[in-house]
Design a protein around this ligand. Structure first.
Ligand SMILES: Cc1cc2nc3c(=O)[nH]c(=O)nc-3n(C[C@H](O)[C@H](O)[C@H](O)COP(=O)(O)OP(=O)(O)OC[C@H]3O[C@@H](n4cnc5c(N)ncnc54)[C@H](O)[C@@H]3O)c2cc1C
Length: 234
């Protein structure tokens, strides 16, 4: 286990925060990977004192790493309540980073990224990494969010992706000219230019399971699908 101390918290949207930690030693990770976070929690509920979180920052961020999470609007877990109350300098323990929701070695493969809400975290790490190393890849990102406020990291993502960022809002402000509704596998499938592309899906577990099944039914090989499930969200 590695110790890390809270450095600062950034509010990304109503109820969505990034927590930046300073690890006792540099953590070795690839953009898109996750860690297990152990947190001292008084009177923990049945969900316990540890959670998995994707590292939302790039490996190139000097001396710090971040996790980004949504706080429940009404009754959240005791874990999230302890996280919310953390003060600068408070310590957590983390595991080594793991997971294969990472870029393919071959940088010529076209990539299609799908993010549902907080499932944007691994893509933020990956795109920030590509910006830091100044590497251009063929990436389209379809990003579903409840509303415009929850379209977190939009500016950084669009500085890399330009017109290849496709936000889809469930609730849009009046006069919003972008796409309104829900992510839809059929529309994304119809948009695919290259059948050899890799499709990455990240978000709440039910969404990821549904999309994976639908892409396979549409004829996409499971070898071309990379999934990151976030359990625990209703
Ligand atoms: C590989 C991986 C990567 C992940 N990456 C991220 C990430 O980057 N960001 C992220 O936010 N999450 C991520 N997750 C999910 C994360 O680990 C948590 O499961 C998730 O944030 C929910 O947290 P929570 O259980 O503390 O519930 P909360 O967020 O507090 O609440 C979620 C819902 O459960 C309800 N609830 C909470 N506690 C209880 C209870 N005791 N009994 C009944 N209902 C309750 C709440 O009311 C709310 O509706 C990841 C998971 C995995 C496996």
């Amino acid at each position: 286990m590695i110790s890390a101390k809270l450095d600062h918290v950034a509010k990304e949207a109503k109820n969505i925060y990034s927590f930046y930690f300073k690890p006792e030693k540099k953590i070795d990770f690839t953009a898109g990977q996750f860690i297990e976070v152990h947190l001292h929690t008084d009177n923990p509920d049945s969900r316990g004192t540890k959670r998995w979180f994707t590292i939302s920052s790039a490996p190139e961020l000097e001396g710090l790493f971040s996790i980004t999470t949504r706080m429940a609007e009404s009754r959240g877990s005791s874990f999230k309540e302890s996280l919310r109350l953390l003060k600068k300098g408070h310590e957590i323990k983390i595991s080594e980073a793991m997971g294969d929701f990472v870029l393919p070695r071959n940088d010529n493969i076209p990539l299609v990224f799908l993010a549902g809400g907080i499932g944007i975290t691994p893509y933020h790490s990956i795109i920030s990494h590509l910006l830091a190393i100044n590497q251009k890849r063929d990436i389209k990102l379809y990003y579903g969010a409840r509303n415009i406020d929850e379209l977190i990291f939009k500016d950084e993502l669009s500085s890399y992706l330009g017109d290849n960022l496709f936000p889809i809002l469930q609730n849009a402000p009046i006069n919003y000219s972008g796409k309104i509704g829900y992510l839809n596998t059929k529309d994304i499938f119809d948009d695919l230019k290259d059948s050899n592309c890799m499709i990455y899906i990240s978000g709440p577990e039910v969404m990821v399971e549904k999309f994976k099944k639908e892409f396979i039914e549409l004829g996409i090989s499971s070898n071309n699908l990379v999934c990151d499930f976030f359990p625990g969200y209703n």
